[in-house]
Design a binder for this molecule. Sequence first.
Ligand code: ADP
Ligand code: MG
Length: 339
Amino acid sequence: MPEIMLLNQETIDKIAAGEVVERPSSVVKELVENAIDAKATAVTVEIKEGGISFIRITDNGCGIEKKQVPIAFLRHSTSKIRSVEDLLSIHSLGFRGEALSSIAAVAQVELITKTYEELTGTRYVIEGSKEIENEEIGAPEGTTFIVRNLFYNVPARRKFLKTAQTEAGYISDLMERMALSHPDVSFKFINNGQTKLHTSGNGNEKDLIYHIYGRDITSAVLKVEHETELFKLRGFIGKPMISRGNRNYENYFINGRYIKSALIAKSIEEAYKGFMMQHQYPFCVLYFEMDSELLDVNVHPTKMELRFSQNEEIYHSLFEIIRDTISHRDFIPEVPVTE
Ligand code: ADP
Ligand code: MG
């Protein structure tokens, strides 16, 4: 057996980065979540070559104070929690303090940021975890991240990326979900110079559905609004006729976070049984609000999975709500009565 040795910091950083940053869309997800946590009301995401060579994310949020900038790029540095107890009541999308350090370990990152209180902003450049520049600069309030040449120093990862078009497709899907998750934030997504998505941020969920999915879908949705002991639920579900052959139209958000949950998917799909053909999946955009103490979002570094402390109750209440909503409506198009 070879000698057991501690890995050097650079190797440790790159391995850790791999958990958070799998592809360009992971970078976009983390940075957009940071913008939302910074209370931005407008977020612009611009990519070139599927985000592999260039990602720019601009927000009008609170900015980062000059002396805090280098700290933000350290691993496990965060302004969002202070102790494990805080994990019980998470109100932000981020909290693990891993995104900036991970992205900076595997890409060339430029940051321009200014807080409301400061007179000048900061420009900071970091590549492969090494600080390259740190200077004062005139800048508007808010934050811009530019991420260039993702995985330039991790050829093994770079090799596994798909074509620029496919990577851009992942980012486009993500941007739609981000926009749906925060109707009160205006999102703009530009791919190779072309604006692909631009939401108003007016807070109206139905406007968003119209903007993203078009008129046919919007005219075939049913409103859901309900409160149980465990959660508040609002949003829209599709009439069975707009079902799809895959789960791409199933969107659910818990406390503003887009998540994947086998429990929620199963409960909704079961409720549609008998209304829909086999291997068809419903359309839904559902917003859950629940006490964060009933949730564990710290299951996976990407925070897309979560655990509930009350699986059974959530499953059954949700089933009932969805069942009621679809069975109390008349799906036969109304034919005007002619006399
Ligand atoms: P986390 O989001 O888990 O706290 P990150 O590595 O994503 O960790 O970010 C580290 C810190 O940098 C955040 O806690 C936040 O204080 C600051 N930060 C990152 N992005 C922004 C932004 N767009 N606007 C303001 N502050 C930011
Ligand atoms: Mg974060």
